[in-house]
Each structure stands twice: as structure tokens, then as C-alpha cells.
Write a protein that binds this ligand. Structure first.
Ligand SMILES: Cc1cc2nc3c(=O)[nH]c(=O)nc-3n(C[C@H](O)[C@H](O)[C@H](O)COP(=O)(O)OP(=O)(O)OC[C@H]3O[C@@H](n4cnc5c(N)ncnc54)[C@H](O)[C@@H]3O)c2cc1C
Length: 323
């Protein structure tokens, strides 16, 4: 690990001033310190943002505040344990409970989870300069692509593996970010949009941009999250799925179905959401929605197994909204 300075900020303004041109914000450090130990990133300063109050900036107090606000500093364990959240957004509780292990959940923050970097083993290997690290080749395309994407808008096929990005996209949450000194709100698809087209991007934010929290609208009363992993703990999902919507008399409205670990972004197909509108929430309709979502999948030599897993997960997650 290269030498670095440590600083702690208590306001967003202070954090942005301290981070400078080559600093990094520090949440729980689970992702960032791993990258530093492998010399994938070598920031000159780490700015600890965990002492920034959740009321700063104060979206909670803004009159037109749209929904339930979660501070980016909440730990994943806190999200998993909060009973209000479980009542309003059961899928969020399920997604948080599936992250890593109790030790990781106790330390990792919401902001850090959303902004964690690629886990592709070519990206994480210090001696390989892959496309995502500024090289000219995505070694996953013809190499060991078992864990890589089925969909991508660029040559990099490393998938997003943040559980919370998947459920928060299904819940149509907005991220509160300070970009170029201005506090504003961007949608979850916007937060990741750049990673679809640009191989080097993990998300839309620049190094100096600060994520303060997310706001979840209250207009979807049902949500669910399911994943399949190789291990039950201490592991990322091979494929994950989140769904949210409203269900009345067995019919679903306002559905949003999202897949994780199959694309560089939380993967959603608007045509599937539209197809589900007003439909009975049956296995047949859920299965057809899965067909729509997976229609453009481009499996590679070793990751074709993800397609039937994704199909099953979409059905199971949608049917879980009936409960
Ligand atoms: C064995 C293992 C298994 C795992 N399994 C899962 C899993 O199943 N699902 C899952 O979702 N994750 C999983 N993870 C990943 C883990 O959840 C993330 O590494 C963790 O959530 C990152 O959060 P953090 O607070 O530690 O982030 P950090 O490491 O502190 O930060 C991550 C990135 O976000 C940036 N950042 C942090 N805070 C801010 C902010 N406020 N504004 C702007 N940028 C910021 C940092 O600069 C850094 O680039 C696993 C990790 C391990 C080691």
C-alpha cells in the first residue's frame, strides 16, 4: 500500500475541500482498502465521511422531500435491522441481509456499497491492466467469464455486484449527491448510466462528488429481493433480482424488476415493467416478463448458466410480491 494521509470531515463542504484531486472518500473501507492494498488505486488522502451528520445536507427538512431518506453513512447492518424499513421496504431488508457477512455488514456503509468497484478478477489482479483499468483489452471476453455479465453496452463485461443498487433501483430511489459544489438528486439509473457505455466507469460520479444518501419514494408498497450465490455467507451473488410494485386483488401495477450481477449497471427492461402493468401476478405472467428481460442476453463461454438462474429468480421475486 502506498503512503497516504488521513482526514475526517464533519460537513460535505469540508469533505469536498479535503479530498482534493487525488483523494478518496472513506466509508467502511471494505472495498477501498482492498483496492489500495492491491495498488489498484493509490490516493494521497483518505477523507473519512462517517462523521458527517445525516442532517447535513438536510433533505429530511426540505418541504418537497420525496420519500424516506437514508443517510449514506448508515451501515448495512443498521439498514437490515431497522423495523420501519422492513415494514415499508421488505426487499431492502432482504438485500441488506444478504450482503457479505455480519462483519462486513457491521462496517460497510450504504454509500460505499452503492459505489463499490468492480469485482472482476482481471480488474482486481494488480499485474493485469484490463480495459477497466485503462488498458486496451477486456480479458473476460475470451477468458474466465464465469462471474461476468450477460449484457453490456461497452466492451467491459464486469457486472455491478452491489445488492443495494439492485433493490434501490427497483424501488425507484434517488441518490442525493453533491456534484461540482451543487447538491442535487439523481435517479439510480443515472447514478450508474456511465458504466453501461464507458468501460472505465463504475458509476456516474467523479472522485470529488459526494453521495450523502438516498431517498426512497413511498408509492410502492410491495418489494422483494432474491439472489443465488455459491456460498451462503461471505460471497457476492451470482445473479440477484429485485422487484417492487403495488398489488391489489392479485394484480400488479407500477412494477419495476431489476437484475444484479449480469450487467455493469442494475439491469432493467422497461418493456417487461410495461407488460406486467395490471396483470394477474401468476407464474405464467412472471415467466413471460422474465423472457422479455432476458431476450437480449449474450452469454459467453462460461456464464450461460446465469440465464436460467435469472429466469427462475425473476419468477420467484415477482411471485414473492403476492405475500
Ligand atoms: C468477502 C466479501 C463479500 C461481499 N459480498 C457482498 C455482497 O454479497 N453484496 C454486496 O453488495 N457487497 C458485497 N461485498 C462488498 C461490500 O459490501 C462493499 O465492499 C462495502 O459495502 C463497501 O462499503 P464501504 O462503506 O466499506 O465502502 P468503502 O470501501 O469505504 O468505499 C467504497 C467506494 O465508495 C467511495 N465512497 C465511499 N463513501 C462515499 C461517499 N459518501 N460519497 C462518494 N464516494 C464514496 C470510496 O471512495 C470507494 O471508492 C462483499 C465484500 C467482501 C470483502
Amino acid at each position: 500500500m502506498s503512503p497516504f494521509q488521513y482526514a475526517s470531515a464533519t460537513t460535505p463542504e469540508e469533505a469536498i475541500a479535503l479530498v482534493g484531486k487525488n483523494g478518496r472518500y472513506l466509508g467502511g473501507g471494505i472495498d477501498l482498502l482492498g483496492e489500495m492494498k492491491d495498488y489498484i488505486v493509490s490516493p494521497d488522502v483518505l477523507v473519512d465521511v462517517k462523521s458527517i451528520s445525516s442532517d447535513s445536507p438536510p433533505p429530511k427538512k426540505w418541504p418537497d422531500f420525496p420519500g424516506h431518506y437514508l443517510s449514506g453513512n448508515m451501515t448495512i447492518a443498521q439498514i437490515a435491522a431497522e423495523s420501519d424499513l422492513k415494514d415499508s421496504f421488505p426487499g431492502l431488508t432482504e438485500a441488506a441481509s444478504e450482503v457479505g457477512s455480519p462483519q462486513i455488514r457491521n462496517v460497510a456503509t450504504l454509500a460505499g456499497n452503492l459505489l463499490q468497484h468492480s469485482r472482476c478478477w482481471y480488474y482486481r489482479q494488480p499485474d493485469i491492466v484490463c480495459l477497466k483499468r485503462g488498458g486496451s483489452t477486456c480479458y473476460g471476453q475470451d477468458g474466465e467469464n464465469k462471474y461476468l455479465s450477460l449484457f453490456s453496452g461497452c466492451a467491459c463485461i464486469s457486472p455491478i455486484v452491489s445488492n443495494l443498487s439492485v433493490i434501490l433501483t427497483a424501488l425507484n430511489a434517488n441518490a442525493w449527491v453533491t456534484m461540482k459544489g451543487e447538491l442535487g438528486m439523481i435517479t439510480m439509473p443515472e447514478l450508474y448510466s456511465k458504466a453501461w457505455k464507458h468501460s472505465e466507469a463504475h458509476n456516474y460520479l467523479n472522485l470529488q462528488d459526494l453521495l450523502s444518501g438516498v431517498a426512497i419514494p413511498l408509492n410502492r408498497t410491495r418489494s422483494a429481493y432474491r439472489q443465488v450465490s455459491e456460498k451462503s455467507e461471505f460471497d457476492w451473488a451470482l445473479v440477484s433480482c429485485a422487484a417492487a410494485g403495488n398489488v391489489a386483488n392479485g394484480k400488479i401495477t407500477d412494477a419495476r424488476v431489476v437484475l444484479g450481477a449480469v450487467a455493469p449497471i442494475p439491469y432493467m427492461v422497461e418493456a417487461a415493467n410495461e407488460y406486467l402493468e395490471g396483470k394477474d401476478l401468476t407464474d405464467e405472467h412472471a415467466s413471460h416478463a422474465a423472457d422479455i428481460i432476458l431476450k437480449n442476453a449474450k452469454p459467453l463461454a462460461h456464464n450461460g448458466y446465469k440465464v436460467p438462474i435469472a429466469h427462475t429468480l425473476i419468477r420467484r421475486t415477482l411471485l414473492a410480491l403476492n405475500a
